[in-house]
Design a protein around this ligand. Structure first.
Ligand SMILES: [Zn+2]
Length: 676
């Protein structure tokens, strides 16, 4: 919890020109400052900063906001993370609630491990650049791969020699074994050193060129070391062991160096290895990261998705690894990422291809050869299946499976059409199959969602941990916990209403000569009147606070909740305020057809607030009635099995009434089918 006064102090201290100026070169233009927009590609500056107003605005892409908003946008971080970052910058101490002993210990462990990693990283670099072994062995290897000095520095490559010893230096500098050696049980310790049975230390990465991994904010989380000499015993690559800072399968190599370019180009190139990244960056393409293997993980996909929706995967020319990768790609589709695939010419990998071509040539090649993933998969599998009917049926299922998990309905439709044409199948057959698999997929997600809710809430500490812990991506407990919940229709309906309360809670909804009814007040009264239970404690907290404050003069819900000292409240408010869509945009289509609004242009939310609120409440009620009818149906079946005539009679008595209510709600809602 960050106290209100501290947040106000941070807002006062953060000068927008300072904050923006550390990312963008700004030139004075009258009262304002001008620069090249970091959020879109431009050659002449249309990105303006107004120190007097405390805001930035881009006249090219329309992005605008204050200092905190700028940090959130450029670092793709939460409100709280941005606040913490600014606090650090302006040396404002955030006094949060007292941490428990255990939390303090964990925080100390993390900090100490970052310090050891940083020490090791500097040592590896100095070994590479300043020692004879480093230059003749490590540097020689990198030079032979054609890697330039500036790129070596950019990625902070290093070398761990055979002779000189990191562990000796680290001990001399006073670092404890606990943080040098990894304990696999507690996952504490960086593992840059190993310990033998006699308790002697030695270096893990001896004789290897070092590639450090960085967190999103640029701290060293771990290392990969590539062996230079041929050896039968040792593997070509060795990575840091899994720890509370580093988990190999969750890392994206090069992300820290690429993140701003990914944002600016609104696209991320995905390759497999470190050298692929380095060579592409050297050729002039900066928005590239490596997954470190064929199978992507949810944390990797989520991280990329925070910065862009578009991913292009570059594959080696020979088809070997591609089929293994197909499943990992499905995961990206499920997350709503647009995936394209580029096959490099036979015998080339991104590393070798980038060494032979400059950025323009590489980009031209990508432009000409990139295929949308679904189309790519269709072609790939249909080559395999040939005319074998069994194989073809199996192939269609596989492709439809990929389409069915795409969250966006319009994209699903386009792909279905496209796929039908490519495969020469009747579109209706595919549509039916997509719907069937989509239902199955949603049901599975719901099941996972229920299991994950029963797990302990490991992520609660997000709200209270220190800056380092929150800004560094926490290592998430299990993949299952993070599967984005297929929210139930009821939850979605309620969240829509919460959005109205946070955005427009204080606005007058209805007015008579004697009374004024505010939007939030009206919603809360309606929920009470129908005894609708709010299950989510965060939602309930917001409703309670709304009731406590809405009558204060000049009280603005958005401001209040956004600056709320409880992190989860302010985070939720920021999410609800993030202006992806005006609410009315979602509803306008239906309302046009019902003549509530005219088609000329989409009205602003405030113009139609009463209608919006009414509709949202009706939808919620409809959902609840529907759920009740469903559960009654299940009960009825059970009762019939048990020959429980008493229960059967009661259900049959109540059912028509509910059906009737549903019918009426349907009529008001315009008889449309409500999509779940
Ligand atoms: Zn812009």
């Amino acid at each position: 919890m960050i106290p209100r006064e501290t947040i106000d102090r941070i807002f006062d201290a953060a000068k927008v020109e300072d904050v923006v100026g550390s990312y963008v070169t700004l030139k004075k233009r009258g009262a304002n400052l001008l620069g090249l927009c970091p959020f879109h590609h431009e050659k002449t500056g249309s990105f303006t900063v107004s120190p007097s107003k405390g805001i930035y605005k881009c006249f090219g892409c329309g992005k605008a906001g204050n200092a905190v908003g700028f940090i959130m946008e450029i670092e793709q971080c939460s409100y709280i993370e941005a606040i913490k970052q600014l606090a650090q910058r302006y040396h404002i101490t955030i006094e949060e609630r007292e941490l428990t002993q255990e939390e303090k210990q964990r925080q100390d462990d993390r900090e100490s491990m970052f310090v050891v990693n940083d020490f090791s990283n500097k040592w590896f670099q100095s070994q590479l650049h300043d020692t004879q072994e480093g230059v003749t062995v490590g540097m020689a290897y990198l030079r032979q791969r054609g890697i330039r000095e500036d790129i070596i520095r950019k990625f902070q490559l290093g070398y761990s020699p055979e002779k000189a010893k990191l562990w000796e230096e680290a001990k001399k500098a006073g670092y404890q074994d606990t943080y040098l050696v990894n304990n696999p049980d507690t996952q504490i310790g960086t593992g840059v050193c190993l310990k033998d049975e006699q308790g002697r230390l030695f270096d893990r990465f001896r004789g290897r060129v070092i590639f450090p991994f960085f967190s999103v904010s640029g701290k060293v989380t771990g290392f990969a070391g590539r062996l230079i000499k041929q050896s039968d015993k040792a593997g070509k690559y060795v990575n840091s062991p899994t720890s509370i800072l580093y988990e190999k399968k969750h890392e994206l190599y090069g992300f820290y160096q690429a993140k701003q370019s990914i944002k600016r180009e609104d696209c991320c190139y995905l390759v497999e290895g470190q050298l692929d990244v380095i060579q592409l960056v050297q050729s002039g393409i900066e928005n590239v990261v490596a997954s470190g293997g064929t199978a992507l993980t949810y944390p990797q996909v989520r991280l990329i998705h925070r910065f862009t929706e578009n991913v292009t995967i570059l594959y080696d020319g020979d088809n070997a690894g591609i089929k293994a990768a197909l499943r990992g790609i499905d995961m990206m589709l499920e997350e709503g990422v647009n995936v394209k695939v580029v096959l490099l010419p036979e015998g080339e990998d991104p590393d070798s291809f980038a060494r032979k071509h400059n950025a323009t040539e590489v980009l031209d090649y990508i432009q000409q050869h990139q295929t949308d993933f679904i189309r790519f998969k269709t072609q790939l599998l249909s080559e395999d299946a040939g005319n074998d009917p069994v194989k073809r049926a199996d192939m269609i299922t596989q492709i439809v499976q990929s389409i069915a998990i795409i969250p966006d309905i319009i994209k699903r439709q386009i792909y279905t059409k496209d796929c039908a044409a490519t495969l020469n199948i009747h579109e209706n057959i595919l549509i039916r199959k997509v719907i069937e698999l989509r239902k199955k997929h949603l049901a599975e997600q719901r099941k996972k969602n229920i299991t994950s809710r029963q797990l302990p809430q490991n992520q609660e500490n997000n709200s209270s941990d220190s800056a380092a812990i929150t800004i560094e991506e926490p290592i998430e407990p299990t993949v299952e916990v993070q599967i984005s919940p297929a929210r139930s229709a009821k939850e979605q309906n309620i969240e829509n209403l919460m959005q109205v309360i946070i955005r427009y809670g204080e606005q007058t909804l209805y007015q008579s000569d004697t009374a004024v009814i505010r939007a939030g007040e009206y919603i809360i009264n309606e929920l009470r009147r129908d005894s609708i239970v709010i299950e989510n404690p965060l939602h309930q907290l917001i409703l309670d606070e709304y009731i406590a404050h809405y009558q204060e003069s000049n009280w603005v819900a958005a401001k209040y909740f956004q600056h709320h000292p409880k992190a989860e409240v302010s985070q939720f408010a920021v999410d609800m305020l993030a202006d992806k869509y005006e609410l009315s945009r979602m509803y306008s289509k239906q309302m046009v057809s019902e003549n509530v609004v005219k088609e000329v242009d989409i009205p602003s939310d405030l113009d139609i607030l009463p209608e919006l609120v009414q509709r949202m409440l009706l939808e919620l009620k409809y959902t609840i009635v529907n759920e009740r009818i469903d559960s009654m149906q299940t009960m009825l079946k059970e009762a019939q099995k048990r020959n429980d005539w008493e229960l059967i009679r009661t259900i049959l008595e109540q059912q028509p009434m509910l059906m009737d209510i549903r019918q009426q709600l349907c009529k008001v809602l315009g008889n449309r089918v409500i999509l779940k």
